[in-house]
Write a new protein. Structure first.
Length: 103
């Protein structure tokens, strides 16, 4: 199980989530469906979560992801970072991210 503190704001400048390569992504316009070929699970993400997923490249920090959210939507930095952290934690808990990513 992934520790929530591994992905949250105290480490926002250094956390660089990386998505698993074998996750199947189906784009449905405003939503995305992810399928895990290992256990057959499916996950639906909205447009905001998709911004986070697309930046789980092992190079972007959670703070940089939050900046992309503030650019796309009319939200402040603190709210955007909280949203990013929530999405990243959920992706990690679902096993869709590789662990151990730090800059």
């Amino acid at each position: 199980m992934t520790s929530r503190n591994h992905w949250t704001s105290s480490a926002a400048e250094i956390v660089v989530p990386r998505r698993r390569e074998n996750v199947v992504v189906d784009d449905l316009g405003d939503e995305v469906v992810f399928s895990d070929p290992v256990d057959g699970s499916a996950y639906f993400l909205n447009a905001t979560a998709r911004i986070v997923w697309d930046r789980c490249d092992g190079r972007s920090t959670t703070r940089q992801m939050a900046a992309a959210i503030t650019h796309a939507y009319d939200v402040d930095d603190e709210h955007a970072l909280a949203d990013v952290e929530q999405v990243v934690v959920r992706l990690a808990e679902a096993g869709l991210l590789r662990t151990g990513g730090h800059a």
